[in-house]
Design a protein around this ligand. Structure first.
Ligand code: AP5
Length: 212
């Protein structure tokens, strides 16, 4: 399986990618997670990406393409893969297609998870992440009095800096202008599948599995 997950910030790409990756044993490649890890370790790449991420802008294509080249060159991800948050611009999509063509492979399915804007904002504002196990949850599902504790491991929860309302608005604007047009690009190739991203996590997983 060589799959790309598309969708706005908060659509549930990361949540679903973890489940699909575990079920089929496909490597889950999240450019957002890779960048946050670089940032945490204060690497050159992390430092270059930081100001873009904190402002809700896209990191320049050249940096992202380098990340993907390295990741695919690691050998265990060349075939299959599950991309989450990449590609995000038309330029990235074209460069990715060329990169894969040089390896004699191509993207098989692009799954676009769509969710209405008010729900996206609600999901992002309530997202919490665990310092210990990196699990992602939503504040609405945490028990009263335990809002700072991970429901999986009890670790301390934190909020992503780019989940502040001002940055969320910018991320959604950037998505509309730069990433949403990719749906046309992949529809023309005949590999786009649209999935309704509203409902429970399990309902959405079922819809994804039907497409896969
Ligand atoms: P990235 O980390 O990729 O962020 P994103 O695309 O904005 O997506 P999110 O991680 O915010 O949302 P998600 O769809 O994964 O939702 P999740 O499953 O967590 O990128 C961050 C930044 O890095 C970018 O802004 C950019 O600067 C840079 N970057 C990354 N890739 C790049 C690229 N290719 N090019 C350039 N720059 C790049 O769910 C969200 C919340 O909703 C959670 O709390 C979850 O528990 C909850 N939830 C999930 N499903 C449901 C459901 N069904 N019902 C209710 N709640 C739900």
């Amino acid at each position: 399986m060589r799959i790309v997950l598309l969708g706005a910030p908060g659509a549930g790409k990361g949540t679903q990618a973890k489940k699909i990756s575990a079920k089929f044993g496909i490597p889950h490649i999240s450019t957002g997670d890779i960048l946050r890890n670089e940032l945490k370790n204060s690497t050159g790449l992390g430092n270059k990406a930081s100001e873009y991420m904190q402002a809700g802008k896209l990191v320049p294509d050249e940096l992202i393409i380098e990340i993907i080249k390295h990741r695919l060159a690691e050998g265990n991800t060349g075939n299959p893969f599950l991309m989450d948050g990449f590609p995000r611009t038309l330029n990235q999509a074209i460069m990715f297609d060329n990169m894969l063509a040089s390896m004699g492979i191509s993207v098989e399915k692009v799954i676009n998870i769509f969710v209405d804007k008010a729900e996206l904002v609600k999901r992002l504002m309530g997202r919490r992440i665990c310092h210990s196990c990196a699990g992602v949850c939503h504040i609405d599902l945490l028990q009263k009095g335990s809002e700072n504790r991970c429901p999986i491991c009890g670790g301390e929860l934190y909020t992503r800096k780019d989940d502040a309302i001002k940055v969320i608005k910018e991320r959604l604007r950037v998505y509309e202008n730069q990433t949403k047009p990719l749906t046309d690009y992949y529809a023309k190739k005949g590999i786009l599948y649209n999935i309704d991203g509203s409902g429970t996590e399990n309902e959405i997983t079922e819809r994804l599995l039907q497409v896969l």
